[in-house]
Design a protein around this ligand. Structure first.
Ligand SMILES: [Zn+2]
Length: 478
């Protein structure tokens, strides 16, 4: 009951003076309204239906895409009119725009092991995404852009219909219409897979680049983001079934990973040729269809300067140039230099490597940074070998390039968010932004490969010695 109230309140908050942006609804639906035989296995097919000649939809007490039955409309029969393009044309005249919407949906769902098709499957179950018509045709208000059932326990269900009312999208320009309809269809189909609305990422950025958003503060094609987000429509609220939500992570957990169709980032570097001095500022120009998440300046094999990707604007994230300043603390040395551009899925592209010199080649490790050696005029660290959880002495020992802990125990770790329990591996929890061993966590699970024997012995010793001594070494790292 609380959830129903929250939903009504959230949908009622359009009090500001701007025109209502249109609503992409998730209807809280009891689990009993989904057919039991479609609860266990979720098919990998998302069928996009443009309703040529109209779709005959039934309002009923269960959701059954095979018989075009949905709990969204009241009991009765309804006709949803055929898909129309931005210019209000249907039939063959709308084929070109329909193909763009299909392509957009294929791209958005490509990181997952699903098949997006507009050819009706001849056998097996599927998710039915109706992309056609107007909301009034199933007696919803004119500003409803889409609607789908969201199970009250946020479970994913198969054989469900989601509705994206393409004719309710008012953009008269084709590209904008395609992107907005695709946004709605991605969101509504994902509601049936258990996803909630996202408001902002845990780092505070707007979730406007994810299709699960209601927000209009950026545009462009939206993608399910590999970043934990807080939930909400017009304002923050608790997520329905979890602390935070990562739409990408949830869909990978449901379907498994696929191969992204949008490609790796492109990146170029200035200067493009070496032989000179280490530049005071390396310029990188980068682009990715789903956006560049970060750029890193590599010096002798290690990222020494990192900058975030540009903010998403009205047309998404455009190609941009970034300045990467080598740290002033870099010692005199020969340097192999390249820039890496990485997207939010971790897919990256490196520029060609150039070789430059800061003042003069090194002649001794004494003049290099801590733990570096000097070989052939280059100060450099050995390739990192430390796995997550290994004891360490400095960042570059760790594959994750992060060594943190207490004076007693430093481990190779990773950054995390206290709001997101899944941002740390099992047996670790988030302390001051990095993962650290959970107090007492050693005894409830078998030790994994990442736990070195010495550390395991240490943990066993702590338990044997009892709670008094257990507390001390497991305080939060600085
Ligand atoms: Zn929605």
């Amino acid at each position: 009951m609380m959830r129903a109230l929250v939903l009504v309140a959230a949908l009622g908050t359009f009090a500001d003076a701007r025109p209502a942006p249109g609503r992409r609804l998730a209807i809280d639906t009891p689990v009993e309204a989904f057919l039991p035989q479609f609860r266990a296995a979720i098919s990998r097919v998302i069928y996009l239906e443009r309703c040529e000649g109209g779709c005959r939809v039934n309002g009923g007490s269960v959701n059954d895409a095979k018989t075009l039955t949905s709990t969204i409309p009241s009991p009765g029969n309804y006709n949803i009119t055929e898909f129309e393009n931005a210019g209000g044309q249907s039939g063959a005249q709308a084929d070109a725009e329909w193909a763009q919407i299909v392509t957009c949906m294929k791209e958005v769902y490509s990181p997952f092991d699903v098949e997006v098709t507009d050819v009706k499957p001849s056998s097996g179950s599927y998710h039915l995404a109706i992309i056609a018509g107007n909301p009034q045709e199933i007696r919803l208000e004119a500003n409803v852009l889409g609607v789908a059932p969201l199970a009250s326990n946020c479970a994913a269900f198969d054989n469900v219909i989601s509705f994206s009312f393409s004719s309710a999208h008012r953009q008269s320009e084709t590209a904008a219409h395609v992107q907005n309809v695709c946004w709605t269809a991605a969101q509504e189909s994902a509601h049936a897979f258990g996803l909630d609305h996202e408001f902002e990422f845990v780092d505070g950025r707007s979730a406007c680049s994810d299709p699960m958003t209601y927000r209009m503060d950026c545009g462009g094609q939206k993608f399910f983001r590999n970043v934990a987000a807080r939930c909400g429509e017009e304002e923050l609220r608790d997520c329905r079934c979890s602390n935070v939500q990562s739409s990408h992570r949830n869909l990978v957990a449901l379907f498994g990973a696929g191969t992204s169709l949008t490609g790796a980032p492109t990146v170029t570097m200035t200067p493009a040729t070496g032989g000179g001095p280490l530049p005071a500022n390396v310029i990188a120009t980068a682009f990715a269809k789903r956006g560049v998440a970060k750029l890193e300046l590599f010096l002798n094999g290690f990222p020494m300067t990192t900058v975030p990707g540009a903010p998403f604007g009205a047309n998404g994230q455009l190609e941009a140039s970034y300045g990467l300043v080598p740290p002033a603390t870099m010692p005199d040395s020969i340097y192999d230099v390249f820039v890496r551009a990485t997207d939010d899925l971790g897919t990256f592209t490196d520029t060609p490597t150039i070789t430059v010199t800061k003042n003069a080649p090194c002649t001794s490790a004494d003049a290099c940074l801590a733990e570096q050696k000097c070989e052939a005029g280059k100060c450099s660290w050995d390739p990192p070998v430390g796995e997550l959880g290994d004891t360490c002495g400095f960042d570059q020992f760790c594959k994750g390039l992060l060594c943190r802990g207490t004076a007693d125990l430093q481990i190779c770790t990773q950054t995390c968010s206290v709001e997101d329990p899944l941002s740390c591996p099992q047996d670790m929890s988030c302390n001051n932004g990095v993962c650290f061993f959970t107090e007492g966590g050693c005894c409830s699970a078998a030790p994994g490969d990442w736990m070195p024997a010495g550390l395991l012995a240490f943990l066993v010793m702590i338990v044997v010695l009892g709670p008094f001594s257990r507390a001390k070494p497991f305080r939060a790292p600085p």
